[in-house]
Design a protein around this ligand. Structure first.
Ligand code: SF4
Length: 282
C-alpha cells in the first residue's frame, strides 16, 4: 500500500493496474506510461526459475518475465504477474510498477499488503485502474475482496465507472456486504449510471465535475465526493459555483455527507466542507 495525496483516503492499494475506459482526463494513464512500459531490450530481468506458471503470450510481443501470463479477456489483452517484475539497471534493483504500461494487469504478489499493514487505514482500492471494468475477470475481483476481508482493520473504498458490474455481482451474491466495504461510482455528468443499494455502503465520486447536476436521483448514496478537473489538459472544464451549490443542497435535503476536494476550496470559500460518513454507518 502507498501513501497518497488523494484527500478522501489515507492510502492507495493497487493489486490491479491499467484500464481501458479511455477517459480523456485520466491521470493514471500518464503515470503508468511514465513509470511503466519497460524497455525490455535492456536491463536484466530476474525471477523465480522454478515458476509453476507457463508464460503464455497471445500477442506478437514478447515479455521476458517469470511467472507471467498474458491473455485475452472479453477480447482485450490483460496480464497476470505472480511476482514483482524486477529489473536491474546499473547498481539499482527496481520493482517495475507497471511493466505492461496501462494494459490491465493483476499484481497477485500485492494481495498480502493489507494484511501486512497493521495500522488501520482508509484505503482506495485501485487508484490506477477500474477494478470493475468489463475486461476484469471475476476471479481477480474475488481475490481482491478476499484479501480485504483478511485484513478487517482497514476501510476499503472501491470505485468504478461501470456500476452495472456491482449490480451483476450483487445478484450473484458476489458483492460482500461488509461494513468496511464502500462501493463508489464515478459520475461526471447527470446521465451516468450509478450504484445504490440498501445492503451496501455506497458513494458517488463526482470528479471531475464536467456539467451541472440537477437530478434528485443523486440523493441515492451514503456519501458524495465532488472535485474539479485539475492539471493542464486542453479542454479542461472549470465548474461553476451553482453546480456545486445545487449538489450540496440536494445532499443536505437527503442528509448525505459531502466531501469537497481541495480543487474546490477557492471556488467554495467559507462553504468548503469535507465530511465523512463513517461514524453513521460503521
Ligand atoms: S476510469 Fe479512471 S483509470 Fe480508467 S481511464 Fe478513466 S480515469 Fe483512467
Amino acid at each position: 500500500m502507498n501513501s497518497t495525496r488523494i484527500d478522501w483516503c489515507d492510502a492507495t492499494w493497487n493489486p490491479v493496474t491499467g484500464c481501458l475506459h479511455g477517459c480523456p482526463y485520466c491521470y493514471a494513464r500518464g503515470i503508468a506510461r511514465r513509470f511503466g512500459g519497460w524497455d525490455y531490450s535492456s536491463g536484466h530481468v530476474r525471477g523465480n526459475a522454478s515458476a509453476d506458471k507457463t508464460f503464455i503470450c497471445l500477442t506478437s510481443e514478447t515479455f521476458r518475465s517469470w511467472r507471467c501470463k498474458v491473455y485475452l479477456s472479453n477480447g482485450q489483452k490483460i496480464a497476470e504477474l505472480e511476482n514483482a517484475y524486477i529489473v536491474e539497471r546499473g547498481n539499482k534493483t527496481i520493482k517495475a510498477p507497471y511493466p505492461f504500461g496501462f494494459v490491465p494487469t493483476f499484481h497477485r504478489y500485492r494481495l498480502r499488503e493489507p494484511e501486512a499493514t497493521k495500522t488501520p487505514k482508509t484505503v482506495f482500492v485501485g487508484s490506477m485502474t477500474d477494478l470493475f471494468g468489463d475486461w476484469v475477470p471475476d476471479e481477480w475481483i474475488q481475490e481482491v475482496f478476499a484479501a480485504c476481508a483478511a485484513a478487517p482493520q482497514h476501510r476499503y473504498l472501491f470505485l468504478t465507472k461501470n456500476p452495472e458490474r456491482y449490480v451483476m455481482m450483487g445478484e450473484l451474491g458476489l458483492l460482500p456486504e461488509h461494513k468496511n466495504f464502500w462501493y463508489g461510482t464515478t459520475v461526471t455528468d447527470d446521465e451516468a449510471p450509478l450504484f445504490w443499494s440498501e445492503l451496501h455502503n455506497t458513494f458517488l465520486s463526482i470528479e471531475p465535475i464536467l456539467a451541472p447536476f440537477i437530478g434528485s436521483v443523486r440523493n441515492k448514496a451514503d456519501w458524495v465526493i465532488i472535485g474539479a478537473e485539475t492539471g493542464n489538459r486542453k479542454g479542461k472544464v472549470i465548474p461553476r459555483r451553482e453546480w456545486i451549490d445545487n449538489i450540496v443542497a440536494n445532499c443536505r435535503e437527503a442528509g448525505i455527507p459531502v466531501f469537497m476536494k481541495e480543487s474546490l476550496r477557492g471556488l467554495m470559500g467559507s462553504e468548503f466542507v469535507q465530511e465523512y460518513p463513517w461514524e453513521r454507518t460503521e
